[in-house]
Structure formats: C-alpha cells, structure tokens
Design a protein around this ligand. Structure first.
Ligand SMILES: [Zn+2]
Ligand SMILES: [Zn+2]
Length: 368
C-alpha cells in the first residue's frame, strides 16, 4: 500500500505546485497557503538564496550574485536562448534515442518520425524569427511611420521626445533600457528571445507560444502511444496478471508508473505555462492592448483613485480639478463584434508596415 500512497502524494504535490505557480496570485487564493507558495516560487526562493549566500560568503558573495543577475536580466545576452536550444535539442535527442526504435509500433506509423522532426524544426524557426526579427525599432528615418500609425490619446500617451534617443516618442512605444532603443507598440522585453516583443514581431511570438504548446501535447500523446503500443505488443499486462495476480503485478510496475507520472507532470506544467501565457497574450491582442499598457493603465487608474479620495476628503469644487482627476477609464475594449477581426489583423499586418500609413507619413513629412 505504501507505493500507492507515494503515487497519490506525488500527484497531489505536482498539482499543488502547478496551481500555486500559475494561479497563486488570483484573488480566490488570497491569504491561503497557495498564495504563500506562489510568492515563494516566484520571489521568496531567490530572496532566501540571496540571504543564504550573504550569510555564508558575506557582502562580496551577494554582490557577485547581484552582478550575475544584472548581467543575465538587465543586459542583452544569449544565455536563455542557449538554454532554450539545449532543452529542446536535449529533449528531442532523448526522445529519439529512447523511442524511435519502437516506431512504427502498434499505435504509431513511421510517419511520426518525420512529423516530429518537422514539428521541432518549425518550433526552432519561430524561435529564430521572434529572436532575430526587428520588433519595430523607432529611428529618426522611420519615426513618421509610427507617429501616423498610432495617434496620442493624451491620457497615457502624450506628445514628447525620448530623452535617450532624442527623437519623438510615438504613442504605444517605449524605450527598452535593456536593448537601449525605442520600440513601437512595445509589449515587453523577452529574455528567452533576447529581444523586445513589439509591433513587428508579436505575430511570431504568439505563433511560437501556440506552436510549443501543441508540440508539448504532441510529444506527450506520442510517447504515451509508444508506451501503450509496447505494453500491447509484449502483452505485459496479460503476462503479469496471469503469473502474479492483479495486485502483485501492478505493485511491481508501480515505480515505472511513478516515472511516467513524473514525466507527464513536467509536461503538464510546461504545457499549462505555455497555454496560459498564450491565453494571456491572445486576450491582450484581442482587446488591442499590450503588457506595457496594462501596467500603465493600472498606474493611471490607481492615481485617479487616490486623487478622487483626496478630492472627496477635501470637498474641493469639481471645477478646480485638472483633466487627470476626471473619471477616465481605459478605452473600451475593442474585442466586440468585428473589432476582434480588426485587432487580430493588426497583429498579423502591423499598421506601420501598411502602404496607407507609409503614404500618410510621407505626406506629413513633406508638409513639415
Ligand atoms: Zn528611446
Ligand atoms: Zn529590449
């Protein structure tokens, strides 16, 4: 019975870690151990590690770790790109070495040897496209394209100049401190891609996330069918049951089941992370916004709230309030009806690359 309990505990632990990591910050988990575990997994563990290094090696040790962190997180570098290629290549090598000799098998035809190569190849291609394509770098020679494509809303985006690049800062752009450049329709800087995600490569980034989710699902189902095929071909279940009886035979298989369970647990976590991240980004694109803008609107609405509270407590007349104190909300989501299509189309064919906007920009430049 002990083995069964270990399996149950293993499954519950995997589920707890997955839920805590992915959903621990949800309001429903506020004040629960799941929220604390989420904090530990995302921030706490690193803090404890820093404290541990500080206690053992002193301030010098902490400084070394912070320098490594700065090099890895605050400067462009290919470390995470190499790690991604190593994980993908290593996993594919391990899968090919351990399973390809069983293909064709009872459930899988030999076509899967070629489709698996194709699936991984497309994944790498999308990774390279996202990593090395231009995210929409704003330069003096193309700034007019972006200015005409994205008008200022005068709420979170006002007409101003980038203090570093010394060129006008188009609405929806941001200066990336890691890459040291302004990027149009900036979403975030992705360490895994060693590149910004902006107007012109969001399409590749979304395709990368979705494709890798399907790759995980394909790999998991494929490996499951290889295993099931072998069990069927060797009549393992029948032989074990006939010779040892149901209970003893399955107890003998338990450690292997635990191994398979662990692999599936890891695969499930990676798949959930990918699909969750894709879902989040797909929602942003459908509502025609970016990660950067989500934070900007959060800051703006929190400022508005504070100003309204101050206004209420001071009982100041409405007329004296500035434009910022008005009850302004983020623009209505464009995710309704036909706007959905328009928002998706904008991701696939960025505004600043369309001939209509380029011509408009040229006319504006001539008028200046
Ligand atoms: Zn800039
Ligand atoms: Zn960047």
């Amino acid at each position: 019975m002990a083995v069964q309990w270990i399996l149950i505990c293993h499954g519950l632990l995997t589920m707890l870690v997955t839920i805590s990591f992915l959903c621990g910050q949800w309001p429903i988990f506020q004040g629960t151990p799941i929220e604390r575990l989420h904090y530990f997994l995302t921030f706490g563990a690193y803090d404890y590690f820093l404290r541990f290094v500080g206690t053992v090696f002193g301030n010098k040790g902490t400084s070394v770790i912070e320098c490594i962190e700065q090099f890895c997180c605050d400067r462009p570098n290919p470390i995470l790109q190499i790690i991604y290629l190593a994980i993908l290549g290593g996993t594919y090598y391990f899968v090919a070495k351990s399973s390809f000799s069983y293909i064709p098998g009872y459930y899988l035809s030999d076509v899967h040897i070629y489709t698996s190569v194709l699936a991984v190849g497309v994944g790498v291609l999308l990774f390279l496209l996202t990593s090395f394509s231009d995210p929409g770098t704003v330069k003096a020679e193309n700034v007019s394209d972006f200015l005409s494509a994205y008008p200022y809303d005068n709420i979170i985006y006002k007409e101003k100049e980038c203090s570093t690049c010394k060129i006008p800062k188009p609405a929806r752009s941001k200066h990336c401190s890691i890459c040291d450049r302004c990027v149009a329709r900036f979403d975030h800087h992705c360490g895994w891609m060693n590149n910004c995600i902006g107007e012109r490569n969001t399409r590749y980034f979304l395709a990368f996330l979705l494709w890798h989710f399907f790759l995980c699902v394909y790999g998991t189902i494929g490996l499951g069918l290889v295993l099931a095929g072998r069990l069927k071909e060797l009549r393992v279940v029948y032989i074990l049951t006939a010779y040892y009886g149901v209970e003893k035979s399955f107890l003998g298989l338990a450690p292997h089941i635990a191994q398979v369970d662990t692999s599936y647990g890891i695969s499930a976590i990676v798949s959930l992370l990918l699909v969750g991240f894709f879902g989040y980004h797909a929602h942003l694109r459908l509502t025609n916004t970016t990660t950067n803008e989500t934070f900007k609107w959060q800051d703006y609405t929190s400022l508005q709230k504070k100003m309204n509270e101050a206004r209420t407590s001071a009982a100041a007349p409405k007329a004296s309030m500035s434009g910022l104190s008005r009850e302004t909300k983020p623009p209505e989501s464009k995710s309704k009806a036909f706007w959905l299509f328009s928002n998706v189309y904008e991701v696939i064919f960025p505004l600043s690359t369309r001939p209509s906007f380029v011509q408009k920009a040229e006319v504006q430049m001539r008028c200046l």
